[in-house]
Design a protein around this ligand. Structure first.
Ligand code: MEV
Length: 426
């Protein structure tokens, strides 16, 4: 056995980590190599993705470990600049696996598209007429993507709503429900909406104004649950009961108060966005859906729920919209996103959504456990100190040594770091 194989993953250097990922996942090293570079995207590739491209913008890519989701092991790529996120997710996944890991499921990949229909003479009459033409409109919508239909997707439903109370008076809204299978689906649904819009105008006698998907993808929810055995919660000076009850009290705060809920949900999104981003998905879409869903009762609240079972174990649940895909968009063109999906061995949007929602739940637990006990600064500070050390000009082995010194002195400031470096160089 090599020395590297004796070490913990975080103790390895970057190239040793990649080699170990390849061994663990069985994915050839060449196919993972792109994860080990500066972001996996060349400036030329970026030039084909956005306008006025001048280069690419890098972010750290970490691998969350220990994830057991529906009985399968996953190594999860996370693109995130914030310290403690990858470590927090990995550590909580380790606790969760003591209770069998995460159980996750998703709804059918149905996206909602909206048509805003204005200038309708009689709203109720127009609504009935549109409902009478439901099948014709669904066929028209499905016809935009025969390949999707061959794979079992396509238009599923058409719903007509009347919005009574708006700044421009009452108007009609048509919802087109489309099963987008393994895509995120924005392009498909927007194309289908544009295709059916003229016919909707004819049938309703109105003017179709907006034709755009809704990011409140509440027909495409993902759910994860986990049970943390009570005894797994004890650490250092904290009893298991104290940690569990502290987490329940912290969750109750988020459940009751939007100010706290926003931060609580931000902690969930730390994990969710990092995987969404690493797999080339649209994290703004997932963010928008999450927060709109959190406010669905009229009061913004926690996306997660924490409780205890009859044995006193800690039980967590996270439910949220999860509009992510494994085909199309940046998922397809970004080489690092492709490598990340390979590493996870994910082949469907459902599997990806199940992993992401599990990471979100783990991340939420990491934050609540820290907040309910020692506070988040201790964990944050070690990594923050490394960033400060780098900012002060430390290199190689110096970085860790300087970071430790700053933590020891409880003075994690660039000026102090620079001062120490000067003293060392004398
Ligand atoms: C920091 O990025 C995330 C937390 O604020 C989340 C939370 O408060 O639950 C720690």
């Amino acid at each position: 056995m090599t020395e590297a194989m004796d070490k913990k993953f975080y103790e390895l250097n970057l190239s040793e980590r990649l080699a170990q990922l390849s061994r663990e996942s069985g994915v050839p090293l060449e196919e993972l190599q792109i994860l080990g570079g500066n972001g996996g995207l060349t400036a030329d590739q970026a030039d084909h993705m956005v306008e006025n491209a001048v280069g690419v913008f890098g972010l750290p890519l970490g691998i969350a470990r220990n994830f057991l989701v529906n009985g399968r092991e996953f190594l999860v790529p996370m693109a995130v600049e914030e310290p403690s996120v990858v470590a927090g997710a990995s550590f909580m996944a380790k606790l969760a696996r003591q209770g069998g890991g995460f159980k996750a499921e998703v709804d059918a990949p149905e996206m909602i598209g909206q048509l805003q229909v204005l200038d309708v003479a009689n709203l109720n009459e127009a609504r009935l007429k549109l409902e009478e033409h439901r099948l014709e409109l669904l066929e028209l919508a499905s016809a935009v993507d025969p390949v999707l239909v061959r794979f079992g997707g396509g238009a599923r439903d058409l719903q007509v709503r009347v919005i009574e109370d708006s700044a421009i008076g009452p108007f009609l809204v048509v919802h087109l429900i489309l099963d987008v299978r393994d895509a995120m689906g924005a392009n498909t649904i927007n194309t289908a909406l544009e295709r059916i819009a003229p016919r909707v105008a004819e049938i309703s006698g109105g003017r179709v104004h907006l034709r755009i998907l809704s990011n409140l993808a509440d027909r495409r929810l993902a759910r994860a649950t986990c049970t943390i055995p009570l005894e797994a919660l004890a650490f250092e000076g904290y009893t298991a009961e104290k940690v569990r009850d502290g987490i329940l009290e912290a969750w109750a705060f988020a459940e009751a108060d939007p100010y706290r809920a926003a931060t609580h949900n931000k902690g969930i999104m730390n994990g969710v966005d990092a995987v969404v981003l690493a797999t080339g998905n649209d994290w703004r879409a997932v963010e928008a859906g999450a927060h709109a869903f959190a406010a669905r009762s009229g009061r913004y609240t926690s996306l997660s729920t924490w409780s205890k079972d009859a044995q006193g174990n800690l039980c967590g649940k996270l439910e949220m919209p999860m509009a992510v895909g494994v085909v199309g968009g940046a998922t397809r063109v970004h080489p690092a996103a492709q490598a990340g999906l390979k590493l996870m061995k994910v082949t469907s949007s459902a599997e990806l959504a199940e992993i992401i929602v599990s990471v979100g739940l783990a991340q939420n637990l990491a934050a609540l456990r820290a907040l309910a006990t020692e506070g988040i600064q201790r964990g944050h500070m070690n990594l923050h100190a490394r960033q400060i050390a780098v900012a002060a000009g430390a290199q190689g082995d110096q970085i860790e040594k300087l970071a430790q010194q700053l933590v020891l002195e409880k003075s994690i400031r660039v000026e102090r770091a620079e001062q120490i470096l000067k003293e060392w160089s004398k």
